[in-house]
Write a protein that binds this ligand. Structure first.
Ligand code: DGL
Length: 269
């Protein structure tokens, strides 16, 4: 049995890590589309095609439930995938909603009308494609009123992380936070709207300042997955756990091992 976790690359490991801690008895089949990362600079059609191909590979591997641990794919492709109709017994879930429910102080699945919430000024850091989609603002507007969102497209950060160039990634984070602060000098909360960015969480927090609450998705998605599997135990799947990549398995395994600080072995997808 296994639950599928998809990302364009290594960022989804931040979600996988939290999910494994939260659900130690559940197996996961992880797919990194490393050959095509980053997705954040691609157009929506391209992201849709690549994401759907990866989802099919995870379904073929026996993972009936696939978590899109990629905001870019969730923003640009998930709705189209769901509206196209999924094969019987297969499900795909994104990573936006648990984060927005946490930000807007809602319980899981609370679909009551939008209301005023504590937080008023929110900084969103995400890939260019996620920012362009405005999917975050759309989901937020279903749940909250009066929240001012300033989005910063963080070009280059995913590439630097995938290349293992953490010095460049840190410099880019600092410059993107500076750019955001020129538009919104005092955000109350910051959303790391790309699953790669928690790997740079300290750099974001240091540049934003200690008074800014930084939200990332790992634990929030892990909690909502635990809740989902309690209600749908039949969605555990039938396949084996493991790590698949469209890139060079050795190179991807080395980076993943460095990020998670435990031995990770990818194989060719
Ligand atoms: N981790 C992906 C996300 O959450 C990165 C997308 C990319 O490849 O640019 O958006």
């Amino acid at each position: 049995m296994a639950v599928g976790i998809f990302d364009s690359g290594l960022g989804g490991l931040t979600v996988l890590n939290a999910a494994q801690k939260r659900l130690p008895d559940v197996d996961f089949l992880y797919f990194a589309d490393s050959a095509h990362a980053p997705y954040g600079v691609r157009d929506a059609d391209d992201i849709y095609e690549l994401t759907y191909a990866a989802i099919r590979r995870l379904w073929d591997g026996g993972a009936d439930l696939v978590i899109l641990a990629c905001n870019t794919a969730s923003a640009a492709a998930l709705r189209r995938i769901q509206e196209g109709g999924l094969p019987a017994g297969k499900r795909v879930l994104g990573v936006f909603v648990p984060l927005i429910e946490a930000l807007t102080e809602r319980q899981w699945g609370d679909n009551s009308p939008p209301r005023e919430v504590e937080v008023k000024h929110v900084a969103l850091f995400a890939t260019p494609a996620t920012v362009a989609s405005r999917a975050f603002q759309r989901e937020l507007a279903f749940r909250a009123i009066g929240v001012d969102v300033e989005a910063q497209a963080c070009g280059g950060v995913v590439d630097a992380i995938e290349d293992g160039d953490m010095i460049l990634a840190e410099a880019l984070v600092r410059s993107h936070v500076d750019a955001l602060k020129r538009k919104m000098p005092h955000p109350q909360a910051a959303i790391l709207g790309c699953t790669h960015y928690p790997l740079m969480q300290e750099a974001f927090q240091a540049s934003l300042g200690a008074e800014v609450s930084v939200f990332s998705q790992g634990n929030l998605v892990a909690d909502s997955l635990a809740d989902y599997l309690t209600r749908h135990p039949d969605m555990m799947g039938s396949g084996e756990a493991g790590f698949l990549t469209t890139g060079d398995p050795r190179r991807v395994s080395d980076r993943a091992t460095q990020f998670l600080r435990r031995q990770i072995e990818f194989r060719a997808a």
